[in-house]
Design a protein around this ligand. Sequence first.
Ligand SMILES: [Zn+2]
Length: 287
Amino acid sequence: MTYLDQMAELLRFHRALDPDTPLTQHNLKAHVTLFQEKADLFADGIPGPNTLWALQEPYYADKAALDIVGVEADPAPPGIEALPRFNLRIDAAASFRDICAEARAAGAIMLSSGGQRPLSEGANASRSAISMHYPAIAVDMCINAGFFNPKTDPYVLVPNGTRRFTVYARATQGTDMTLNAVDWTGSWSNGKVKRVEVSGKFIDLTSLMAKYGWRPIGARRCYTRAENKRYLCSEWWHFQYEFLLTPRISQIGIEVLRISGITAEKIQQLNPALWERRKEVFKKGWN
Ligand SMILES: [Zn+2]
């Protein structure tokens, strides 16, 4: 949904905008001010993190919670460790299954290292405290299935700038391509990359993901430095379902609270660092 459509929906829920009054750039501030006054917030007409939280928390509490469901992955080829299934929020799972169906129809295999991350698992150098794995709307393709053996791996990576990759999946019904792929040398905690030319039949998995509203994230600094790169910071495998989110409105804590069985108390207890940052806004700190 667009920013104004989503704001109109939220303001109408709180009776700070009439059902038949259109919300525009011109009357937005007045209606946000009206909501802030009703909600006893500092009334500056600016929908900042506290105002967005007060708008969204009751709105989503009034809606049906979203279940976590399992998504089946393909069996991994010998020598590659991958999960047979992983969990996603039901809205993300429906979309990801469509991607899997299209990829499989082209003869590619869908291998994963995980979807939902339990709240009890905290952040580290390669894991963001406000990762989209917490609301279970992100998938990691299998971290063992690319980068190390580009001539045979199910996934082959081509750099796209310094922080991103285009992920190609080997596919029996794919298009003949010659790729200038990256190849990792060294250990996972101290490596560097070289390039290798790889020919075969592929589909562009990054474009397929984008068609359904799933986007990659950039590599972390521990990968982009010239030497002593950490493999787990490359993030080539990570895709998140940004189609579900509205830039400058959606908040990490709200998206986690939409999951069935998750409460504010549970987040505070299991992941205080995430609760601390619950009001971070998509595309304004939460990416
Ligand atoms: Zn990830």
